[in-house]
Structures are given as structure tokens and as C-alpha cells.
Design a protein around this ligand. Structure first.
Ligand code: PMV
Length: 306
């Protein structure tokens, strides 16, 4: 038997960096998915067929953790396939981890709740990259749009429709652990100032949560742009991200910000559908690459083989 699962990519809506220090964030799942298939293997070792080396490290660690926890002696063949590149910052590491765990649990008939998948996946991700709030793991697992606090203390799905986002890739891959360490160093140097920024980001997340639930898009856009300004003061933005954000707002977006650790990856702009084309063109005119996504996508799921 071969089981195939898939998990969605993600975009951070508000709250990055502060979430590492216990503040909440908002994250949405996108309809670009990563697929994993798992089957029992007759060979003497596990076999991992993953196009990205990084993905195979996460699969390897997932197999190690799962096998030792559930005393599995069988060998397995795992194959991965993705609708998005690992360079854009959509969270391929967490998506591959969550999708692999789900596939293993179905294949080996070990029932795991969403929270158990979160806890195990977060353990795998921390073992490899040592830092991170776990928001990316939670969204790959639960999907839709989440209010999340660090380490998964609170994982609250929000009731909302699709939000209309334009996504612009900056052309550079961000190195998340390096940026998290950079913010930590800045906090050591200027603790009061940085904690003040985190407090402000936390407040924006609170206001934005309400806006999402009552569909106050214009207001939400403004909060996103304010969040970008706060991220600039943490020194994690880049000239390219700043100009993409600036031009998107000029072209009529409700608001825009970098999404994720900064230093590269993507920015997002919240738009009314009437403005989508103008905002996309504006982002391209400053060197951004537009990636089409739908938000609020389903979390990890079984695709076939059950
Ligand atoms: O770079 P990304 O998309 O993985 O986002 C990182 C977000 C941070 O808050 C900076 C780190 C984290 O794990 O929450």
C-alpha cells in the first residue's frame, strides 16, 4: 500500500519575530501544496526521494523520531513533490515534516490528533534548525487561518473567507535562523526599545484578528503596513522588500508588508480584486516576481491510498 498526503504552504500575515518571544501571530495557508508518499520498503534501509536536499533532511529526522517513538522496525520509502520552490519561504520544511508524519501515521495505523502531529513535527523542526516559534508547523497541520502563540500554546482557527493577497517574491532566499539570531542580538543591545516594538506588533495582531473576522479589509491593510514599519525598525527588511511594499500601497493595495523572517523571501499586499492587476504590475516594475495564491487553504490531508 502507498499513502499520499499533502500539506499547504503558508504566509505570515502579521506578527513575525515577536511570536518568537511569546506574542501572537496570524498565519494563513496557501493553496500551493507539498505532497508526500509513503510505502513499506523491502530494502535494508529507508529510501528518501526528495528533489530538495533540505527536504530530505527533514524527512530523515521525521522517520527517526517516529520510528523510535512507536518502535517501528520496518523500512520505508518516502517520496516528496512540491508545487512551490523551497526558495520562496512558503515553509517547505514544516510542510514536508507534517505531511510525512501524517502519511506514516496512516500507513502504520497509528492514530495521531492534529495536536500530536504538531508536537512531533515541532520537535523535528527544532532538532534541525534549533530556533522557531512553530507557526509554520501549525499552519501546515491545521490549515486555514490561525491565531498562534509561540510553541503552540494557543492554536486558534479563525472563521474567515479567503483574503485577497498579492504575493511578491523578492528574488532572494531568506535565512530565517540567521534573522532570528540577528533580532535576538539587537534585543540584547536595546532591550527596552525592541520589547516596545514587540508590544506594538502584539497589539496590531490583536486588532487584525478582529478585522479578519468581521472582514474589515481596509483597516486590516493599514495594520499590515504599520507592521512592516515596525519590522523595518527591527532591521529585517531589505531595499527590495521596502520598494515592493511601497509601490503596492501606491498602486492601491489596502496595505502591504514583508512576510516571514525578512532579509528576502516574499512580501504580501492585501487588495480589493479590482486593484489586483495594478498591484501585480507595480510589484513587477520594481523587480518582484508575482506568485499567484489562494489563502485559507486546507491543512494536511490524505490524497490517496487510504
Ligand atoms: O521566514 P519564515 O517564513 O519561516 O518566517 C519566520 C518567522 C519568524 O517569526 C521570524 C520565526 C518564527 O519561527 O516564528
Amino acid at each position: 500500500m502507498k499513502i499520499q498526503t499533502s500539506a499547504p504552504g503558508k504566509l505570515m500575515l502579521l506578527g513575525e519575530h515577536a511570536v518568537v518571544y511569546g506574542y501572537p501571530c496570524l498565519v494563513t495557508a496557501v493553496d500551493n501544496r507539498l505532497y508526500v508518499s509513503a510505502e513499506l520498503h523491502k530494502k535494508k534501509e529507508d529510501e528518501i526521494v526528495a528533489p530538495q536536499v533540505k527536504e530530505s533532511n527533514f524527512v530523515k529526522e521525521t522517520l527517526r523520531v517516529f520510528k523510535s517513538k512507536y518502535h517501528i522496525l520496518d523500512n520505508l520509502k518516502i517520496e516528496t513533490q512540491s508545487e512551490f520552490s523551497h526558495t520562496v519561504g512558503f515553509g517547505s520544511s514544516s510542510a514536508v515534516t507534517v505531511a510525512t508524519l501524517k502519511a506514516l501515521s496512516i500507513l502504520l495505523d497509528i492514530s495521531l490528533s492534529s495536536k500530536e502531529i504538531f508536537d512531533l513535527s515541532y520537535e523535528v523542526v527544532l532538532a534541525i534548525q534549533s530556533v522557531g516559534s512553530g507557526f509554520d508547523v501549525a499552519i501546515a497541520d491545521y490549515g486555514h487561518t490561525l491565531y498562534f502563540t509561540g510553541g503552540g500554546k494557543e492554536i486558534r482557527p479563525l472563521k474567515n473567507d479567503e483574503m485577497h493577497l498579492v504575493v511578491g517574491y523578492s528574488g532572494t532566499k531568506a535565512d530565517t535562523p540567521t534573522l532570528v539570531k540577528k533580532v535576538s542580538a539587537l534585543r540584547k543591545e536595546k532591550k527596552e526599545e525592541v520589547d516596545g516594538i514587540f508590544d506594538s506588533i502584539g497589539k496590531l495582531v490583536g486588532q487584525a484578528t478582529e478585522c479578519i473576522q468581521i472582514k474589515k479589509w481596509e483597516e486590516l491593510g493599514k495594520l499590515m503596513t504599520q507592521n512592516h514599519t515596525l519590522l523595518q525598525s527591527l532591521d529585517v527588511s531589505t531595499d527590495r522588500l521596502d520598494s515592493m511594499v511601497h509601490t503596492a500601497v501606491e498602486a492601491g493595495a489596502y496595505g502591504a508588508k514583508l512576510s516571514g523572517a525578512g532579509g528576502g523571501d516574499c512580501m504580501i499586499a492585501l487588495v480589493h480584486e479590482d486593484k489586483r492587476e495594478a498591484v501585480e504590475k507595480a510589484i513587477e516594475s520594481v523587480g518582484g516576481e508575482v506568485i499567484r495564491v489562494k489563502t485559507n487553504a486546507e491543512g494536511v490531508r490524505i490524497e490517496s491510498g487510504e
